[in-house]
Each structure stands twice: as structure tokens, then as C-alpha cells.
Design a protein around this ligand. Structure first.
Ligand SMILES: C[C@](O)(CO)[C@H](O)COP(=O)(O)OP(=O)(O)OC[C@H]1O[C@@H](n2ccc(N)nc2=O)[C@H](O)[C@@H]1O
Ligand SMILES: Nc1ncnc2c1ncn2[C@@H]1O[C@H](COP(=O)(O)OP(=O)(O)OP(=O)(O)O)[C@@H](O)[C@H]1O
Length: 293
């Protein structure tokens, strides 16, 4: 079927990797104090927004296992609706899902952020990036970083962001096919919660780690097996609370060579790490077009 939406109608919704993830402690509300380096990728889902005056928010392609009312895309749009400067602002949202769900690469949070950033323009809300990030935080700890769209160190629950330029490496991201609940990992008694804080200036991949990795490997031997396979070829680590694992390369061809050797049981993608996300680039293009009108 021909795509009824032009390429310009699509807004990117990229994945992220946590190049490291340390847990420093736990706040009274149960959330954890983290330190992490969020690496934006040039790969992800995409969304298109067909606005109307129906006053309702519709999702054209439901996600298996996620009722539309609970989809972060629909929840984000509904949170923004009162800020619209158009009569009876409504929208039909198209979601082209590529990213595995529950993989630690932030798909749902990124979808929510793209919805906030795009509808802020299309509904003429005129909210600042800070205001969008605040709304995003009420949907999930990872949403603000996707609103800002920059590779960054993060503290707090993940919302205190310090942008930092990183080498734009290539990543082979492998999905062992396991869906992991972030809440289950953070709820585990055996999770280490007392890692000493690091200075951002002294960050090195080799001297950091992912504090969630061991318990996920213990609970899901498939993740341990995947890591053991990947570390033969490149520095590798789990992202977020899993289950995806990434291997780091300076060269795209090397990443693709290793990808070609992966056992068939695991799915994967190769993506470039970027300091500015494709969403941020799209927003700049849209703003540049409207400035010249
Ligand atoms: C661990 C990361 O994946 C790193 O990127 C994220 O910080 C998780 O972010 P997220 O999926 O947006 O998380 P949320 O949807 O806000 O929370 C899911 C669950 O994870 C736990 N959670 C999340 C973030 C955090 N700093 N501490 C937590 O304890 C909470 O139990 C919460 O119920
Ligand atoms: N648009 C959406 N895309 C993906 N998941 C969604 C979406 N809306 C709601 N969800 C729910 O959120 C859960 C987590 O999905 P997500 O793909 O963001 O996990 P994740 O990659 O582990 O995220 P994180 O790294 O932020 O913990 C899904 O299992 C699903 O129930």
C-alpha cells in the first residue's frame, strides 16, 4: 500500500543507550538516584501527526498488549491538549514501531517525547523546552532527556541533565528477545544501591558499569550468554534495566561484520551514536522552515 503520509510528515523517535548506569541510593518516594551517560542513537521509531478539530486523540496503530489509553503517546498528547492554541485541538497519531519494547533502549519514553515536541509545534502551544521536559517527567524518568535530545550525563532520577559531546561511535544493539520490567529490576532486594558518585570529568567506559546487569544476568541466563558472546568482539554492556546489550565500535563495517555472525536466535540493529538526536534535528528543520515563511 502506498504511504499516504509524505516523508516530511514523520517525526523521528530515537533510541538511547545507557553507556553506564550507577545506582547511588533511593529516594523516599521509592525512585532511585542514578548516574548515567545517555547516548542518543540515529535509529528508532517514527511518528506522524494528522491534526484536526475533533478534540480527541486517536492512535492509528495500537501496540500489542498496550491499551491505547495507556500508550505513552496518547497520554503525552492528552497532557498537552489543554495548552493547545487551536480550537478543539485533536490529532490522529501514526506510530511506526521498530524498537523492541522493554529492552532498555527507551522506546516508550522516546515516543512520548516526540509527541510532546511535535504537538507543541503543530498545536501552537509555544511551551519552552523546560516546560515540555517537566510535563515529560510526569510520564517517565527518561522522557525529559529525549525532549532535550542531547547525549548527556544524567543525575537525580535521570532528569538532571548535563549535555556532553561523546565520540560518535557505532553500536551493535542486540535484543535477546526478553521483555524486562523496569519496575521489577528496581524492586529487587539484591540490587546494589550504594555505588559511589563519580565526577563527570573522570568518566571512562572501562571504570564504570551497569548496576542492574548482574541481577538481570542471574535472572535471565540468555542475557549473560549474549554478553559472553559479544565481549569477544568489542567492549559490551547491558543498557538500562535490560534486556538489550550493546557492543561499541569505531567503525560501521566492523559492527556489521559482527552482526552478520550473530546467532540467529537474537535480533539486532546497528546504529550510530549521535550527540544531537534526530528529533532535535527535525525540530530545527521545522523551525527554520517556519522562520522563512
Ligand atoms: C533505568 C532507566 O531505564 C535508565 O535509562 C530509566 O531511568 C527508567 O526510566 P523509565 O522507564 O522512564 O522509568 P519510569 O517509567 O519513570 O519508572 C518505571 C519504574 O522504574 C523505577 N525507577 C525508575 C527510574 C528511577 N530513577 N528509579 C526507579 O526506581 C520505579 O520503580 C518505576 O516504577
Ligand atoms: N509507545 C510505547 N512504546 C513502547 N512501550 C510503551 C509505549 N507506551 C506504553 N508502553 C509501555 O511501556 C513499557 C516499557 O516500554 P519501553 O519500550 O519504553 O521500555 P524500555 O526500553 O525498557 O524503557 P526504559 O529504558 O526507559 O526503561 C512497555 O512494555 C509498554 O507496556
Amino acid at each position: 500500500m502506498a504511504d499516504p503520509l509524505t516523508s516530511a510528515a514523520w517525526w523521528p523517535s530515537p533510541a538511547k543507550l545507557n553507556l553506564f548506569l550507577h545506582i547511588l541510593g533511593r529516594y523516599e518516594n521509592g525512585y532511585h538516584q542514578l548516574q548515567s551517560l545517555f547516548q542518543m542513537l540515529d535509529y528508532g521509531d517514527r511518528l506522524a501527526f494528522v491534526t484536526d478539530e475533533s478534540g480527541s486523540v486517536r492512535l492509528q496503530e495500537p501496540l500489542a498488549g498496550v491499551p491505547n489509553d495507556e500508550n505513552l503517546v496518547v497520554r503525552a498528547a492528552r497532557l498537552l491538549q489543554p495548552c493547545a492554541n487551536l480550537p478543539h485541538a485533536g490529532v490522529t497519531i501514526h506510530l511506526d514501531k521498530q524498537l523492541p519494547m522493554g529492552g532498555g533502549i527507551g522506546g516508550g519514553s522516546s515516543n512520548a517525547a516526540t509527541t510532546l515536541v511535535a504537538l507543541n509545534v503543530l498545536w501552537q502551544c509555544h511551551l519552552s523546552e523546560d516546560e515540555l521536559a517537566d510535563i515529560g517527567l510526569s510520564l517517565g524518568a527518561d522522557v525529559p532527556i529525549f525532549v532535550r535530545g542531547l547525549t548527556a550525563f544524567a543525575g537525580g532520577v535521570g532528569e538532571q541533565i548535563t549535555p556532553v559531546a561523546q565520540p560518535e561511535n557505532w553500536y551493535l544493539v542486540v535484543n535477546p528477545g526478553i521483555h524486562i520490567s523496569t519496575a521489577d529490576v528496581f524492586g529487587a532486594d539484591e540490587l546494589p544501591r550504594n555505588t559511589a558518585p563519580i565526577d563527570w570529568d573522570s568518566y571512562q567506559f572501562e571504570t564504570t558499569g551497569n548496576d542492574c546487569q548482574q541481577i538481570v544476568c542471574d535472572r535471565h541466563p540468555e542475557v549473560a550468554k549474549l554478553l559472553q558472546w559479544l565481549v569477544h568482539y568489542a567492549p559490551s554492556r547491558m543498557t538500562g534495566t535490560g534486556a538489550c546489550v550493546f557492543a561499541t565500535f569505531t567503525d560501521q563495517n566492523l559492527a556489521r561484520q559482527v552482526q552478520a555472525m550473530l546467532p540467529a536466535e537474537w535480533t539486532s540493529f546497528v546504529a550510530k551514536g549521535v550527540n544531537q538526536s534526530p528529533l532535535k534535528q527535525k525540530l530545527q528543520e521545522v523551525n527554520a522552515t517556519s522562520d522563512t515563511r
